[in-house]
Design a protein around this ligand. Structure first.
Ligand SMILES: Nc1ncnc2c1ncn2[C@@H]1O[C@H](COP(=O)(O)OP(=O)(O)OP(=O)(O)O)[C@@H](O)[C@H]1O
Ligand SMILES: [Mg+2]
Length: 227
């Protein structure tokens, strides 16, 4: 059991190699409820791999991942997948909406997969409104701008009120003004719902929105900077 009741998600001494390439070599992270953490480090340092281990997508070779006081990494894939769907949200750099579906349908996807009550569907419309997407809500995802698509991805990551949002360079493909809008809304909405965010970024301006920075180098978390 985790000692700190506030630690929502915790990883201790993760190690993971892809063949002979060590991707993680002693990475440890603890994220509290509602906390916004920036994960920074050079290309190839293990940021995405660490995120995937924390989200129960990848299983580390060594170390432990704890979610809400329960061991996550040793659960069978079926259970990890159910936790991901129910309790986690994801925003990637680009291309993660279903192109044939409208923005509204994309945002509703997690609720449909979770068989959420119809009453919850109103949240999609509230998010569309909040993200200024009402006018393009019934356009297919393939037919909107990158910034509009990324705002819809933010809405989709939050519509089921997840405990944690994992964001892997969510503004990496956007210009700085659009990126700032996407990021500000992600952070505001997460704070409103009490969701934690772990955001991978190379950009110190992005990290400035976080409560704390974790730095990873050569697969090892090396320093924590209090923002
Ligand atoms: N599926 C894979 N197969 C083999 N090697 C991999 C795989 N995924 C990652 N790696 C290697 O593991 C190391 C860490 O990769 P990772 O993708 O976690 O880095 P990153 O910090 O996210 O980099 P970037 O900033 O470029 O996205 C790198 O050396 C990478 O080449
Ligand atoms: Mg990466």
């Amino acid at each position: 059991m985790t000692e700190d009741p506030r630690a929502l998600l915790r990883a201790d001494d993760l190690r993971l190699a892809f063949g002979s390439t060590p991707a993680l070599d002693g990475a440890s992270v603890a994220v509290e409820r509602g906390e916004i953490v920036a994960l920074m480090g050079p290309s190839g340092s293990g940021k995405s791999t660490l995120l995937h281990c924390l989200a129960g997508v990848l299983r580390p070779d060594h170390g432990e991942v704890w979610w809400e006081g329960r061991r996550l990494d040793t659960l069978p894939e079926r259970r990890r997948s159910a936790i991901r769907l129910e309790r986690f949200g994801f925003v990637f750099q680009f291309g993660d909406l279903v192109p044939e579906l409208t923005l509204r349908e994309n945002i509703l996807l997690p609720l449909r997969l979770l068989r959420a009550p119809r009453a919850d569907f109103q949240r999609a419309d509230d998010l569309l409104d909040r993200l200024e997407l009402v006018e393009v809500a019934s356009r297919r995802a393939a037919e909107v701008s990158g910034g509009q698509a990324q705002r819809a991805a933010v809405a989709r990551a939050l519509v089921h009120r997840p405990g944690v949002v994992f964001a892997d360079e969510p503004t990496g493909a956007l210009d700085s003004v659009t990126g700032e809008i996407v990021l500000t809304t992600l952070v505001q909405l997460a704070r409103d719902h009490g969701s934690s965010i772990i955001i991978v970024t190379h950009d110190h301006r992005v990290a400035a929105h976080a409560d704390r920075e974790i730095v990873i180098r050569d697969g090892r978390t090396t320093a924590e900077v209090i923002a």
